[in-house]
Ligand binder design. Structure first.
Ligand SMILES: C[S@@+](CC[C@H](N)C(=O)[O-])C[C@H]1O[C@@H](n2cnc3c(N)ncnc32)[C@H](O)[C@@H]1O
Ligand code: SF4
Length: 378
């Protein structure tokens, strides 16, 4: 297999404020480190490019964070000049930038468009200002509405992120947000279940009983209703959290789920070369001082880990996974147990089989982790 990556991820780890639910490698403010971080990124990119044939063609780039909409325009222009110097953009299909509505303006939109960015991913999360403020996310619904007015002048391919289950958002309010979102000039919607990550401020509030979360059953029902509403309005589900209008699935994300090689640059960025997974140090000081030789943890996947990944990543997607690939590594006896598990999950309405493919139903999508565990209990 060609181990050269066709997909690049670039991490900008700075945010205006740290949201209380956030577990990403993201630092509040830290403006004093930004110049050196930008230069370290350029060094890391140039150092990596030397290991590849000159002008290796890239298909997708994802500028994620953190908050890359805070990446100063002059530097982001320099970043793309460096990328173009080392890689060919002849086969490019998609260049995404993650943005927070609070810091979007026309000057930025125009410049992002000029430097070749093709897709905006907008972190909406909720339209309830009070809920967001309590989570230390200082953006307002009016920022989102303003963005929806100005962004289409520069971008055709717009996606929004929403978080299902934020404390304080009622069912009616959530459904009204979905009802409104489908009228926006957007092509893609990501709906993530709220995850409570250990040691985040929200985790401690939940532990102390200061914040009460909705129960799992009602979240599964709300997820099913959401997926149905999105599909009725032309956003087809193609992955657990992702819905797109025709022709607008995210190519970059599909590369992750289809286990294509990709390279991540920046603090805490992950890479995959087809066999090995590696993750850059998440220590900002180490990243800055060691660039371009970034310390990273590496793992070569065993056949069992590879099989588990194939199953988890395959089932996340609407197209599911081929049954013959699932049984590839199994003994006859295990194949029988797997078949029994599949029959049980099918009767429970969690999976369906079409020709050789095993696919999660809408309800199954909400319970993927449990289903994978059940399938593998042989
Ligand atoms: C890496 S974040 C970056 C985007 C940008 N910084 C923002 O927050 O809008 C990508 C998306 O992950 C989702 N997300 C972040 N933390 C989450 C959590 N604890 N549970 C569920 N979704 C989360 C949000 O929808 C967010 O837009
Ligand atoms: S803006 Fe995004 S990356 Fe930054 S703290 Fe909030 S969720 Fe995390």
């Amino acid at each position: 297999m060609n181990r050269y990556p066709d997909h690049l991820y670039i991490h900008w780890p700075f945010c205006s404020f740290k949201c209380h639910y956030c577990d990403f490698v993201a630092f509040e403010q830290h403006s004093e480190y930004q110049t050196s971080y930008h230069h370290a990124l350029l060094k890391e990119i140039a150092g990596f490019a030397q290991q590849l044939p000159p002008q290796h063609p890239i298909k997708t780039i994802f500028l994620g964070g953190g908050t890359p909409s805070l990446y100063p325009l002059e530097w982001i222009t320099e970043l793309f000049a460096t990328l173009r110097k080392h890689f060919s953009f002849q086969e490019i299909q998609e260049i995404t930038i993650e943005t927070n509505p609070a810091d979007i303006d026309e000057e930025k939109l125009e410049r992002w468009h000029e430097i070749g960015i093709t897709r905006l991913s907008i972190g909406v999360q909720s339209l309830n200002d009070d809920v967001l403020l309590k989570l230390n996310r200082r953006q307002r619904a009016s920022d989102v509405l303003r963005t929806m007015r100005i962004a289409p002048k520069y971008f055709d391919n717009i996606s929004v992120d929403l978080i299902l289950g934020l404390p304080g958002v009622t069912t009616e309010e959530w459904l009204a947000t979905i009802q409104l979102a489908v009228t926006w000039p957007i092509k893609h919607i990501s709906v993530y279940f709220l995850t409570i990550h250990e040691k985040t401020p929200l985790y401690f509030k939940v532990e102390r009983g200061d914040v009460k979360l909705a129960d799992d059953q009602s979240m599964v029902e709300l997820y099913e209703k959401t997926a149905q509403m999105l599909e009725e309005n032309g956003f087809e589900q193609y992955e657990i959290s992702n819905f797109a209008r025709a022709g607008h699935v995210s190519t970059h994300n599909q590369a992750y789920w289809n286990r294509r090689p990709y390279k991540g640059f920046g603090v805490g960025a992950a890479s995959f070369d087809g066999q090995r997974r590696s993750v850059n140090t998440n220590n900002l000081t180490t990243y800055l001082t060691e660039a371009p030789h970034i310390p990273a943890t590496q793992e070569i996947l065993t056949p069992e880990q590879e099989q588990l990944e194939l199953l988890m990543l395959g089932l996340r997607q609407k197209k599911g996974m081929a049954l013959h690939r699932m049984v590839y590594f199994l003994s006859d006896c295990d194949v029988q147990s797997l078949q029994a598990n599949i029959d049980e999950l099918k009767s429970a309405g969690l999976i369906e089989i079409e020709n050789d493919r095993v696919m999660l139903t809408r309800k199954g999508m909400a319970l993927e982790n449990e289903i994978v565990v059940r399938l593998l209990t042989l």
